[in-house]
Write a protein that binds this ligand. Sequence first.
Ligand code: DMJ
Length: 618
Amino acid sequence: MAFAQTMFPRSRSARYIAAACTAIFVVSTLYYLELPGPQHTGGFGLDEHLPHWSAPIPTGYPQDETSPLVWETRAAQVKDAFRHAYRGYLQHANGFDELRPLSKVGVNNFNGWNVTMYDSLDTMLLMGLWDEFEAALPVVAQGDFRLLRSTPNANAWSRSGYAPFFETVIRYLGGLLSAYALSGEKLLLDRASELATLLEPAFNTTKGLPRFGVNPGTGAVTPSQSGILAEIASCQLEWTYAAHATANKTHYDRVNTLINTLADAMEERKGGMFPTNWHLSAGKPVSESRSVGAAADSAHEYLLKQYLLTGKQDIENLEMYMLTTNEVLTRLLYLSPNRELLYVSDTTGSKFTAAHRLEHLACFFPGLLALGAHTVDLNAAFAALDPTKLSAEARRQYTLLSQYDLRALHMAAAEGLATSCWLMYADQPSGLGPEVADMAHTVRDGSSKDTKGILWMDAVEGWRNKGRTGPLPGTDEKKPIPYTLSEKERTPQAPWDYVVRRADYFLRPETIESIYIMWRTTGNPVWRERGWGIFQALEREAKTPTGYASLKKVTQSPAPQSDDQPSYFLAETLKYLYLLFSNEDLVPLDKWVFNTEAHPLPVFTWSEWEKHKFGISN
Ligand code: DMJ
């Protein structure tokens, strides 16, 4: 039982009392002894109140010089952009999953059930696009989830006869549940429950970890026992909310088994991050590679968000989030040698060797850290960990971090990482960011010399030992360095501290997502202005007469376009931009939790009846 079995099985009440006492002691001690002042951490020092559920937005940032009226106009421009993208989809790709914006045809990459429409429903509701929403309802009502329809121009795997579990969950199921929560339209919940039931054969593995694909018509599943972390551990929010909204115990049992398997694996590993490759039936990792980007990203995200969605009842997930971030903070964050860009790397090989590579996909991570620092009492959560149950390495991380105010540290990392992700955009002639950059690759005087970044925690320790003067490493103000030279001339000067490895921009949301969360959690208007710069770049570089196109080379302007308008552009990228510019806080972070496809689900607590019916003991 997820709520009874904890990693550190002391009695709950004893644990909480111990945690609370320790937290009060740690916090009051740190307040006087260790903590950076607010000027060093962008307003997040501990002379502010401890974070609580609805933490007030910190003050001390410059006034927003742009008037609310201008922001409303900018939000309206994003709404127009959404209308343009959706109209193009309906005009040229109606009945298909996604629009090919250059060839003006449709493509079925995600089961052929109109994924762009499902992914867009809640964005329409948030933007007040009632006509579009109303027109979509009959299509949603008539869709046949048992029938998979591919197209000749689609991905190979979409012709395999299986619905990809992860993508189907985050886009279709998440989209339906969120649109139901925002509108109350029962049809959407009925369709969501039907879809969840059709996908449930995927969970029929010994430990309840889902298979890669399932045929919803026959119940057949893909035979492979290999699983990618992001794909096996990013459905908890959807199944939990589905269980709550439909009172369906089977839905609850699926997510409960999955969480128990993850918690058991964490207990056996004694802390640290989950590796990226798993054996489904064993319910265990089979590699030692780590990442917060592709292959892992949303699995880390769902640890925190599952805790938040269930009104902070699901303590196991918070523990796993703390152990995960302990490792990321101490072992995967690096500073580049000249500009001191903070970046999060993945690892290569079986040893914990950093690849010094920043993926666009990893740029959601600063937003996650900021969300955690804003909504959770991280110092108390940290104090509740029991170091005697940790591996030697996890204990080393714990000991190192115990000298810091965790909220300030998480927020500083968020600040530095979000700044680097933004600079990756702002440096480029197109104003949009690359898919992958090799970091810390410095070439001086024409001689090719690689200088690797240094571990951020080492720099932070140095900063602490020197009396904590000046900003925390990686958090000082940074300016874009424009790529104004030709590619040939550019390399020897190398002031950027990175080399663009994959120059595509797939209209991805992660940087905008983090910018939005930074704005909401800090109130610093600089994030809004940065987002505005990105929206203008999208309008300039990616807009086509029929929609928006991905880019092949962000290092050029005009950037060459590619024939692809992913559904997540409407679900996520445009939604986060709209929310960033809206003056009204349309989706308060203490009341809603975004799934990994940016579909907000409402925070709830289990009722006594649900606890009885589902067997939740706490
Ligand atoms: C989205 O489908 C989701 O955000 C997912 O978690 C990973 N990436 C894409 C967009 O980049």
